[in-house]
Design a protein around this ligand. Structure first.
Ligand code: AMP
Length: 279
């Protein structure tokens, strides 16, 4: 397994791999790998000849009051896990190479970033789309893999790739969870054992909504109200939003139709956790 910091060296390696007619699978991450990331790597490894993992804590997707400085990092641990998953190359660029001092270009996927988390994290998706576009240009993957856990990000990246004619496929893979339903996240590191236990309520509220829909409930307002009640039973939970949106445009709906996303964001202590189900 190679670890590459330099954009030029990365490009040279990709050129060589392409000459060998190998397909490239790509999993972009911010590191501190867990089973969610590993599930993406496994699938990408099965479907491709050459597997690239990128690790880059992207400063421009963090707001001024967000956790970039304390964002968990463990490069040595990540390297071991990547090796186990038969990653061929970790792209681990330096911040100053990705964003030199005179950096000026950003990718904004309009409208899709104005719902759900976009309302509470201004600039976040512009930051994420920009870095992913840059990584796509450097790594030139045939297929890139994203987790459903960050569904808005996945939908935005898919749209960006389509609109900007990136010659690649995007795959969105299921959310990996703890036994109590809590979606795995690097930010779960911030949770105390009690908060971690309580945080399972987020998934429980989504399952409650799913069951209501399965039994015929169509009124989004009513479903959201019931979910709110479920989450607010936990004193440690500080709910940020619950929303029901259409899968395509991410716009809130009043009535449940086909392909709907139920999504929620909630603080437990200092950890802001998100989760969703696609119905
Ligand atoms: P991150 O390092 O948090 O930026 O995540 C990198 C990729 O891993 C993104 O595509 C995430 O959606 C995905 N991911 C994060 N957590 C999970 C999870 N619990 N299950 C599946 N994929 C995940």
């Amino acid at each position: 397994m190679r670890v590459i910091n330099s954009i030029t060296v990365m490009r040279k390696l990709i050129e060589k791999v392409k000459k060998e007619n190998k397909t490239i699978g790509f999993v972009p991450t911010m590191g501190y790998l867990h089973e969610g990331h590993l599930s993406l790597l496994r699938q990408a490894g099965i479907e491709n000849d050459f597997l690239v993992l990128s690790i880059f804590v992207n400063p421009i997707q963090f707001g001024p009051s967000e956790d970039i400085y304390s964002y968990p990092r463990n490069f040595e641990g990540d390297k071991k896990l990547a090796q186990k998953e038969k990653v061929d190359c970790i792209f681990y660029p330096r911040q100053k190479d990705i964003y030199p001092k005179d950096y000026r270009t950003f990718v904004s996927v309009e409208e899709l970033d104005s719902y759900l988390c976009g309302l509470y994290r201004p600039g976040h998706f512009k930051g994420a789309a920009t870095v992913v576009a840059k990584l796509f240009n450097i790594v030139s993957p045939d297929t890139a893999y994203f987790g459903q856990k960050d569904i808005q990000q996945a939908v935005i990246i898919k749209k960006m790739a389509k609109d900007l004619n990136f010659p690649l496929k995007i795959k969105i893979l299921p959310t990996i969870r703890e036994k109590n339903g809590l979606a795995l996240s690097s930010r779960n590191k911030y949770l105390s054992p009690k908060q971690k236990k309580d945080a399972g309520i987020l998934y429980a509220s989504l399952k409650k909504a799913e069951n209501l829909i399965k039994s015929g409930e169509k009124d989004a307002g009513k479903i959201k109200g019931i979910m709110r009640g479920v989450i607010n039973k936990k004193k440690t939970a500080r709910l940020q939003y619950i929303e029901i949106v259409d899968m395509h445009g991410l716009k809130p709906v009043k009535k449940i139709k086909k392909k709907t996303i139920i999504a929620a964001a909630c603080y437990f202590g200092r950890a802001r956790l998100i989760d969703n189900l696609i119905i």
